[in-house]
Design a protein around this ligand. Structure first.
Ligand SMILES: Nc1nc2c(c(=O)[nH]1)N[C@H]1C(S)=C(S)[C@@H](COP(=O)(O)O)O[C@H]1N2
Ligand SMILES: [Mo]
Length: 424
């Protein structure tokens, strides 16, 4: 009885998902049902059935559309952290299914067909005093010259939990280990091209992309939709409006149909599901460059640092915490290092808790804006608990320190992480 009922339920669920996709493609009628209602249903069914019936339906009604198998992800509230051991052997680019997700609220399921990007504000050459927004549709962007580039997106709080675990500091925010980073090949158009087409004025100083996801509520107060000013100099330099990720249409969780991609900068700059961009002749502020994403605390200026921009330098082993090794067997340890300030110059590894160090072999030609894979041989000796350490140096001359200067929100952790392992 119950098994046939659940089989029937599964069948109906599959059909419903197909039906909703047809509606999204314009091939189904939904008179008297709001678009919003259907998009909500679509988000829920996509989450529940993305990979198959063996997956727990934990993501249904949750924040993230894609499947989050526990062997790949650690769920953290509305976010999902990639497990480093799952990256071993995956190549330079993080597969889309494995890419971490950082959502302030939840993934909106948007259709490219009726998506519009609106540019507006005092930094556009309109008739003075007239609010003359300029709009681009998805096809308009796809018809423009495209560029493809490899770049990481990394949360500013990546590694935050080590402020507490290694340094005993109390910090606020999601307790990421090192998995709030991914690297993808992004394809899209230059934000510079779009701004020029929209009629950029010589007086423009800031641009502020804003997401189409729900308003973010913090401490009972709505801060509005996720948005963060970007100085015009960066906007005109290497920023993309990306519509492809690793050769696929941008996935829902990563900003479908279009996201901003700001190479080397803190992840918050790379606004997903971008719906409008304010172009301003006056400097702009939002909670995301005032309350958040500045450095506060005793080691920083009163009232906080300037808004943070480039990412810190970090390294990670492609290993689970507490991984087990056999004494007397040979291993090839692997990992990746990256920096927001430039290409990785060298990586040194210690397999004895930091007493001795040797250079790792680099497996990528180091480049700015992405990570460099590396490996080192290890023949564990005596059984017992020990730590593996990796320390990167970048071409800007930064080296990972032993201790990271703390800040109250735990951003930009850069110290060498002590990775616990057991030799048996
Ligand atoms: N609209 C919108 N854009 C957003 C966010 C968000 O919640 N809403 N999160 C930001 C943060 S804090 C990070 S670290 C990155 C994460 O990108 P990903 O989820 O594709 O990995 O997206 C950024 N862009
Ligand atoms: Mo982030």
């Amino acid at each position: 009885m119950s098994s046939s009922a659940s089989a029937g339920h599964r069948h109906e669920a599959d059909y419903d998902r197909r039906r909703l996709r047809q509606w999204l493609a314009g091939d189904a009628r939904a008179d008297g049902v709001s678009r919003r209602r259907l998009l909500t249903l679509l988000a829920a069914t996509a989450a529940g059935t993305a990979i198959g019936s063996t997956r727990p339906a934990h993501a249904v009604g949750g924040s993230i559309v894609k499947a989050l198998p526990p062997e790949w992800f650690i769920e953290r509230g509305t976010n999902a952290e990639t497990r480093w051991e799952a990256l071993r052997g995956t190549g330079h680019h993080t597969p889309n299914e494995l890419f971490f997700v950082r959502n302030h609220t939840s993934t909106p399921v948007l259709a490219a067909d009726d998506w519009r990007l609106r540019l507006w504000g005092s930094g556009l050459r309109g008739t003075p005093g007239e609010d003359r927004p300029v709009e681009f549709g998805y096809d308009d962007l796809r018809a423009m010259p495209s560029v493809t580039r490899t770049a990481f997106v990394e949360c500013a709080g990546n590694g935050r939990s080590y402020y507490t675990a290694q340094q005993g500091e109390t910090v606020t925010g999601t307790t990421w280990t090192l998995g709030a980073i991914g690297v993808a090949r992004w394809r899209g158009v230059r934000l510079a091209d779009v701004l020029r087409r929209a009629g950029l004025s010589p007086h423009a100083v800031d641009v502020q992309p804003r997401g189409l996801d729900a308003e973010y509520v913090s401490g009972g107060e709505s801060l509005g939709r996720v948005r963060r000013p970007l100085p015009l100099s960066k906007a005109l330099d290497d920023v993309l409006l990306a519509y492809e990720m690793n050769g696929e249409r941008l996935p829902y969780d990563h900003g479908h149909p279009v996201r901003v991609l700001v190479p080397s900068w803190v992840g918050i700059a790379s606004i997903k599901w971008v719906g409008d961009i304010e172009v301003s002749a006056q400097p702009l502020f939002s909670p995301w460059n005032t309350t958040f994403y500045r450095l506060f605390g005793p080691s920083h200026p009163d009232g906080g640092s300037a808004p943070i921009t480039r990412q810190a330098i970090k390294s990670a082993f492609e290993l689970s915490g507490g991984a087990t090794f056999s004494a007397g067997r040979r291993y090839v340890l692997s990992g990746r290092s990256w920096s927001g300030a430039g290409a990785v110059a060298r990586v040194d590894v210690s397999t004895d808790g930091g007493a001795n160090w040797r250079p790792a072999r680099l497996h990528d030609r180091p480049r700015a804006g992405t990570w460099t894979r590396w490996s080192a041989d290890w023949l564990p000796g005596a059984p017992g608990a020990t730590h593996l350490l990796a320390r990167a140096t970048d071409r800007a001359g930064r080296t990972q320190p032993d201790v990271s200067v703390p800040n109250t929100q735990g951003y930009l952790f850069d110290a060498v992480v002590r990775h616990p392992v057991n030799v048996v």
